[in-house]
Design a protein around this ligand. Structure first.
Ligand code: SF4
Length: 351
């Protein structure tokens, strides 16, 4: 389990704690500056009765210094739903902050940067989902949580990378529409033994084949899209005993060539609970740094160079400004919120 210092309000004490964990990763002068900013955030957070939720992809100094809770999107959605604080600051991207607002609408939910989007969430619109429903009437729609609220509102149920297979199986349906991640859909189809198709918007290619059980969408995470089987072959040549963990947003070929594939939280548990000579994570690179800092006795290969440009927008400076100015507030029209919340709550009930 990862421990953070989100209640620490002494800059000096915070600096020493961060230094112990991150001396190899963050230069000393930067750690000092960040410890001062983080201490100010933690004091203000207490004064304003706020909670900070930090996604596993936050940069290491932020990740360890200010969140009260860290985790993957499912974990943080649960924490958002359960909090009794007045303000929720989401150190993650917009769709995550929206999910917090869906589940706890009476709270003020703040996202520190307006630029923290997501290539997957941007790949599909609510109208796209309505069009798929017209093409495939009666087929249930499963939507990955990496989507905006209006898309969730058009869905029957949401899923995350940790529960996607369980959600699909729970529907007991011959066919499901699974949106919008092409690779996650491919990985779920493989695991559930389903044949998947990717219809285009052209109705002529819509449903003339009956030989499918899953309908996908060509959305991709711009980070996980970059890992290739060739990368894995090259790494194994250099380090034959490496254990490779791939996020299910990587292509099915990359997942098949890896040793283990699961959500970010499950990857953290895997590294904690196993004893391999060395590990390599095929996911956002800040998370590799965060796991390495929490497991100093394990050797993690630092070959990652792929930082999510959206997660990267969230900084300590912007989080401080967010608390001071109460920006940027997440607002969702009530009719959309109610329908989207229903899809997320159905998922949470499954686990
Ligand atoms: S890592 Fe991929 S899925 Fe996650 S926010 Fe960035 S672009 Fe979106």
């Amino acid at each position: 389990m990862i421990t953070t210092f989100g209640t620490e309000t002494s800059a000096d004490s915070l600096y020493h704690k961060l230094k112990e964990m991150l001396a190899d990763v963050v230069p000393d002068f930067e750690l000092r500056l960040k410890a001062e900013q983080a201490a100010e955030i933690n004091a203000l957070k207490r004064e304003k009765n706020a909670v900070i939720l930090g996604h596993n992809y936050m940069e290491p100094a932020l990740f360890y210094s200010i969140p009260d809770f860290v985790g993957d999107s499912l974990d943080l959605a649960r924490k958002a739903a359960a909090t009794d604080k007045d303000i929720i600051i989401f150190c993650g991207v917009r769709f995550m902050a929206e999910t917090a607002k869906l589940l706890n609408p009476s709270k003020m939910v703040l996202l520190p940067s307006e630029k923290a989007g997501c290539s997957l969430a941007a790949s599909i619109t609510a109208e796209d989902v309505r069009e798929l429903r017209r093409q495939f009437p009666g087929v249930p729609v499963v939507t990955y949580v990496n989507t905006y609220a209006d898309v969730k509102a058009e869905s029957d149920i949401c899923c995350t990378s940790s529960n996607a297979v369980a959600v699909v199986n729970s529907l007991n349906a011959d066919t499901v529409i699974f949106l919008p991640d092409e690779f996650l859909a491919g990985n779920v189809a493989k695991e559930t033994g389903r044949h998947i198709i990717f219809p285009t918007k052209d109705p002529r290619h819509a449903s003339d084949s009956l030989d499918y059980q899953m309908i996908g969408w060509p959305g991709r995470c711009e980070v996980h899209d970059k890992f290739t089987v060739e990368d894995i072959i090259n790494i194994r040549k250099q380090f034959p005993d490496v254990v490779i963990l791939a996020h299910p947003e990587c292509s099915p070929e990359v997942v098949a060539a890896s040793d283990y594939s699961a959500s970010t939280n499950a990857m953290i548990r895997y590294v904690e609970q196993t004893k391999a000579p060395r590990y390599l994570l095929l996911t956002e690179c800040s998370m590799g740094e965060n796991i390495a800092a929490a497991n100093p006795d394990k050797e993690m290969l630092r070959l990652c160079s792929i930082r999510c440009p959206h997660m990267n927008q969230i900084t300590l400076e912007d989080t401080l400004a967010s608390l001071q100015k109460l920006q940027y507030q997440i607002e969702i029209p009530e009719d959309i919120r109610v329908r989207a919340a229903r899809a997320v709550e159905r998922m949470i009930a499954i686990g």
